[in-house]
Design a protein around this ligand. Structure first.
Ligand SMILES: NC(=O)c1ccc[n+]([C@@H]2O[C@H](COP(=O)([O-])OP(=O)(O)OC[C@H]3O[C@@H](n4cnc5c(N)ncnc54)[C@H](O)[C@@H]3O)[C@@H](O)[C@H]2O)c1
Length: 280
């Protein structure tokens, strides 16, 4: 299997939100390729389990208790990474849901933005200078969401955080052009994936429509190897074609001067349905 050049034995993979779900599955892939793995997560008990789990598979892994929303924690994480070796992969993946609607309290909004957006800004600002000055390949993966692109009504704070993360990651990719491909950025856009997020909603068995974290991790490594920036995962219900149609429709709101989020506007429901049912 071809791998992104940053995935190599003499380098460290730092994965935030790495004790569970997509982060843990990705860490396993990086570790299986011989990288030293540094897992950062809030949940210390789960971190210990994850490190033991990876260790049982022969992966060298360290857990580091981290709240990504706290800049000092990320600075300490960087120091820990430096003890382990040069960083090849930085995966800013920790995230939280449950921001709620527009009128949710300011503390909920702040927490959501501080984890999902500032957590990544802290990660980039702490790790990027050394990644840029090193003379070796590196990859930065930020875990976004389809909700940050199509903005389904409901969890507005989450959508806003992931929309901002998309903008941040796109700007990062542009800034990295100066490295002439030595350092690459990737926006991982998972579909519906059975993880701690799903379990937190009381779901204990993988829903048929969901992918597993392992499927997302495999898709991520393939996308990174192909040099893709947008790593847009399908799931067992939503195909890539459906995702592309939904995104085109969303962009069409501006182009066609439709109301915002017309996909969910009662007057536009028939037109949206007809559009998605049309071939091509
Ligand atoms: N599961 C899905 O369907 C789905 C879909 C789209 C995007 N995502 C994104 O995938 C990423 C990973 O989530 P997951 O689905 O694997 O869920 P998960 O709950 O299994 O993993 C998230 C991990 O992040 C950790 N975390 C939360 N806040 C943190 C903080 N402040 N500092 C450090 N760690 C923190 C949690 O403890 C947890 O271990 C998130 O960014 C999420 O938004 C998930």
């Amino acid at each position: 299997m071809t791998l992104h050049p940053a995935i190599r034995k003499d380098a460290v993979a730092v994965v935030t939100g790495g004790a569970s779900g997509i982060g843990l599955a990705a860490a396993r892939r990086f570790g299986s390729a011989g990288m030293t793995v540094l897992l950062a997560d809030l949940d210390e008990a789960r971190l210990d389990e994850a490190v033991a789990d990876l260790g049982a598979d022969g992966i060298t892994a360290t857990g580091f208790a981290t709240d990504v929303s706290r800049r000092a924690n990320i600075v300490a994480l960087k120091e820990e990474a430096d003890r382990l070796g040069p960083v090849g992969v930085l995966m800013n993946n920790a995230g939280r849901e449950g921001g709620g609607g527009l009128l949710s309290g300011p503390e909920v909004w702040r927490d959501t933005l501080e984890v999902n957006l500032f957590g990544v800004i802290h990660g980039l600002q702490a790790f990027l200078p050394d990644i840029l000055s090193a003379d070796r390949p590196a990859a930065i993966v930020n875990t976004g969401s389809k909700q940050g692109i199509t903005l389904p009504p409901g969890d507005t704070a989450y959508n806003v955080s992931k929309a901002a993360l998309k903008a941040l990651t796109e700007s990062l990719a542009h800034d990295l052009l100066d490295t002439k491909g030595r350092v690459t950025a990737h926006l991982l856009i998972p579909g519906f994936t059975f993880t701690g997020f799903t379990r937190a909603r009381g779901v204990t068995e993988k829903p048929a429509g969901a992918w597993t974290g392992d499927q997302v991790a495999d898709f991520l490594l393939d996308g990174m190897a192909a040099g893709d920036f947008y790593i847009l995962c399908p799931d067992n219900e939503v195909t890539r074609e459906t995702d592309l149609k939904r995104m085109r429709w969303g962009m069409g709101d501006i182009i066609e001067n439709r109301p915002a989020l017309s996909r969910w506007h009662p007057d536009y429901a028939p037109a949206f349905r007809a559009y998605t049912e049309r071939d091509g």
